[in-house]
Write a protein that binds this ligand. Structure first.
Ligand SMILES: O=c1ccn([C@@H]2O[C@H](COP(=O)(O)O)[C@@H](O)[C@H]2O)c(=O)[nH]1
Length: 237
């Protein structure tokens, strides 16, 4: 039976050797994997294909943000790697997100397409620095509505916004939430955080977790502890 693991481990490593040491201990039934800017820039698309070939659901987290044509072509190239999910920045706007949607729909494997709303590292002061007086949650709600109206499959948001987005965007809109911190973990550079159990209860579909797992003395044990924490919450495997 195939499962749909709710934890996406962020493979934020500098080299494939470092990432492989963890991946060798994992299993596609335990978690999905996220390849972001650091590892993709160091290792390239072949390594993404390698993970896909091992049976992992791979979230290619490159947060495309450019003119519509460029983003559409980048989405097409990402989909060709066989990944499960790709993303763009909602701040790229309607034309960009619609172009991404069209490009993904024309591919054979149609990965999930989601939009980053407001980075989980940002708070009200960071938005004020950008001249945005809206509270983070208000901006997230507005950008999620825009992404949904462009027929994207969901958004990246913080789990702090999950409950309101679930209410406003309905049960089928995919909520992918980084900024997940077990109660005892350091926040690092994250701002809008929640624990794994709180995040799932609030309506997150998938939890993106990096350092609390990858920097733990025993990353597999850290992953298993989080799986245990969420095991009783709905269909959380
Ligand atoms: O708003 C966002 C969007 C993406 N991320 C990414 O998620 C992980 C989180 O890693 P942690 O070590 O658990 O903080 C990382 O790869 C980010 O690039 C995010 O944190 N917030």
């Amino acid at each position: 039976m195939t499962s749909d693991p709710k934890i996406i481990v962020a493979l934020d490593y500098a080299t494939t050797e470092a990432a492989s040491a963890l991946v060798a201990r994992l299993d596609p039934q335990l978690c999905k994997l996220k390849v972001g800017k650091e590892l993709f820039t160091a290792a390239g698309p072949a390594w993404v294909e390698h993970l896909v070939g091992q049976g992992y659901g791979v979230f290619l987290d490159l947060k495309f943000h450019d003119i519509p044509h460029t983003v559409a072509q980048a989405c097409k190239a990402a989909a060709a790697l066989g990944v499960w999910m790709v993303n763009v920045h909602a701040l790229g706007g309607r034309a960009m997100m619609s172009a991404a949607r069209e490009a993904i729909d024309a591919t054979p494997n149609r990965p999930k397409l989601i939009a980053v709303t407001v980075l989980t590292s940002m708070g009200a002061n960071d938005l004020a620095d950008l001249g945005i007086s809206e509270a983070p949650q208000q901006l997230v709600r507005r950008l999620a509505g825009l992404a949904h109206s462009c027929h994207l499959d969901g958004v990246v948001c913080s789990a702090q916004e999950a409950a309101v987005l679930r209410q406003e965007q309905g049960p089928d809109f995919c909520l992918v939430t980084p900024g997940i911190r077990p109660a005892s973990a350091a926040k690092d550079d994250q701002n809008r955080v929640m624990t794994p159990a709180e995040a799932l209860r609030a309506g997150s579909n998938y939890l993106v977790i990096g350092r609390p797992i990858t920097q733990a003395p025993d990353p597999l044990q850290a992953l298993q502890a989080i799986r245990q924490e969420i095991a009783t919450i709905g269909d959380s495997k």
